[in-house]
Design a protein around this ligand. Structure first.
Ligand SMILES: [Fe+2]
Length: 521
């Protein structure tokens, strides 16, 4: 972020004004389906995948967000766009028009090129007499830049478990280059009424049943996007979006459903049937994320892993740990490991992604290698000897191959999935020295208010001394990549059941260049 520009904007009150406007506009109630479509920008705007001279701008036209087709007529629609260096957009640098197609839910993914590296830009869309909120974005620094890179790691935002207050703080208070969203952007579960049994209390309710069809997934994303705090975060910062399991189904693996005909799910979903659900889920994910058009799925084929470069200091390798993995061994879940855990050809990334990562790491001259991914990498044995088969503990041969690629590099693994913050040394072999560090981000809301520390954490840490820190509060991690160290600043809110919680720093860890291992910052 240009600190002079930001300070100047903040002093003039323009920054909050622009983002506040974005939030205000998405708060407008959706019109009834029978009425003539009104404001089509109820889902706000977003930007993503910043390169030094290019960024993706996104919106989706949906005057009635929860209605089929977002309340749009089934016809192509022309959308105008503008990008400017000026927060009030008095002097557009570039402008143009593009078509929003009903086949893609009237979502647009515009790749703007010809921008300057390391700069802040503002953008908006227009359709007919309606103007979108103004969004702010930022390009990656020029190759060779030594400027520190500031970014957030966040995800796991169960709508029913609380308010997205952490996103409000991310939008208004964090001066960052980008947000990495590790996934669980939506949850696929049916709406649950307050007071019913289930996973934590209900702060607000999902619209509709469990998501299976394309229209189900579209409506679920639309409901999440009408949240003003999430909309404000998208309007304030570029996102680098990935996905975990709940964008499709809990603990899916490759094209294998968790409904496997076992004790928990006696009626199995065959892979060719699950593929229909996965294709719908991928299509809706693409339609709602500000990703490059190269990530557009073709049925169940989707290429979401990719590499983004931030000057000389940081290469961000965004991994897909779901689409190409083999099935969780030993019946999945947290279980005593069976022999299948030790299969030598275990695949977490799949052979092709693994080769792509190996080549990318070997060819990288960046100071820091960040693996932006989903599931817990460090070994984690629970008190009764059980391990999570859904994490890298279910794929130790794949983990060994990954660690071999990273030996001797200055690397940090960024993780989510477990709804708790952790800071871990990742040993090079059982009981060995730290080869690299893992910073696990907590959830935005999933599993509710939480507590300062997970009740079982002291026992888990005693049995796994390479796990150095735990927090059971909701929030995100602020990372700063510098020439001599990479920082992890854990930011959390004390509650999510009610809105307007303050945010504070609950821990600060660093890893020093040339000295793997987490240290207190
Ligand atoms: Fe989650």
């Amino acid at each position: 972020m240009d600190s002079t520009t930001l300070t100047d904007l903040a002093r003039r009150g323009l920054l909050k004004g622009a983002i506040g406007l974005a939030a205000l506009r998405v708060l407008q109630p959706p019109r009834a389906a029978a009425q003539v479509p009104g404001n089509p920008f109820t889902l706000g705007v977003a930007s993503g995948d910043p390169w030094p001279e290019s960024v993706v701008l996104w919106t989706r036209l949906a005057p009635d967000p929860l209605a089929e087709g977002g309340g749009m007529a089934v016809a192509p629609v022309t959308v105008q766009w503008q990008i400017s260096a000026d927060p009030l957009m008095r002097v557009p640098l570039q402008s143009g028009a593009m078509t929003a197609h009903p086949e893609s839910a009237h979502a647009v993914h515009l790749e703007v090129h010809g921008l300057q590296p390391g700069r802040t830009y503002f953008y908006r869309f227009r359709q007919g007499r309606h103007e979108s909120p103004i969004g702010r974005t930022r390009t990656a620094p020029a190759p060779g830049s030594e400027a520190p890179i500031r970014f957030l790691n966040a995800g796991c935002q169960h709508y029913e478990h609380g308010h997205f207050t952490a996103w409000r703080h991310a939008a208004m208070e964090e001066e960052i280059d980008f947000v990495f969203h590790y996934g669980d952007y939506i949850y696929e579960y049916a709406g649950r009424q307050p007071g019913t049994r289930g996973w934590g209390p209900v702060a607000r309710t999902h619209h509709g049943g469990e998501t299976f069809t394309l229209e189900d997934y579209r409506a679920r994303y639309a409901q999440y996007r009408t949240d003003p705090d999430l909309a404000a975060a998208h309007a304030a910062h570029p996102f680098i979006a990935s996905y975990d399991d709940h964008e499709v189904e809990n603990n899916w693996a490759g094209l294998i459903s968790q409904r496997d005909g076992g004790a928990r799910f006696p009626v199995a979903t065959p892979p060719e049937v699950f593929a229909l659900r996965a294709a719908a889920a991928f299509q809706a994910w693409y339609e709602h994320m500000p990703v490059r058009p190269s990530a557009r799925p073709r049925g169940t084929d989707i290429l979401a892993y990719r590499r983004l470069r931030f000057g000389h200091l940081l290469d961000l390798h965004v991994l897909d740990t779901r689409r190409f993995r083999d099935d969780q061994p030993c019946g999945d879940g947290v279980v005593l490991p069976c022999d299948a855990v030790l299969r030598p050809n275990a695949q977490m990334l799949g052979a092709r992604q693994e080769a792509w990562l190996r080549a990318g790491l070997a060819g990288s001259e960046a100071v820091w290698q960040a693996l932006a991914q989903q599931v817990f990498l460090a070994p984690r044995r629970f008190p009764r000897g059980t391990q999570s088969m859904d994490s890298w503990d279910g794929y130790p041969a794949a983990r060994s191959r990954l660690l071999a690629m990273l030996t001797g590099r200055d690397a940090a693994v960024l993780t989510g999935d477990v709804h708790r913050a952790w800071a871990n040394d990742v040993p090079d072999r059982p009981g060995g020295a730290a080869a690299l560090v893992e910073f696990v981000g907590t959830s935005i809301t999933s599993e509710g208010d939480g507590s300062d520390i997970q009740t079982t954490a002291p026992e888990i840490m005693a049995g796994n001394p390479h796990l150095k820190f735990n927090s059971n509060r909701r929030g995100y991690t602020l990372h700063v990549a510098r020439a001599d160290r990479l920082e992890a600043i854990y930011r959390a809110v004390p509650f999510v059941q009610h809105p307007d919680a303050p945010v504070s720093t609950v821990a600060h860890f660093v890893t020093q260049r040339g000295r793997p291992g987490v240290e207190r910052g």
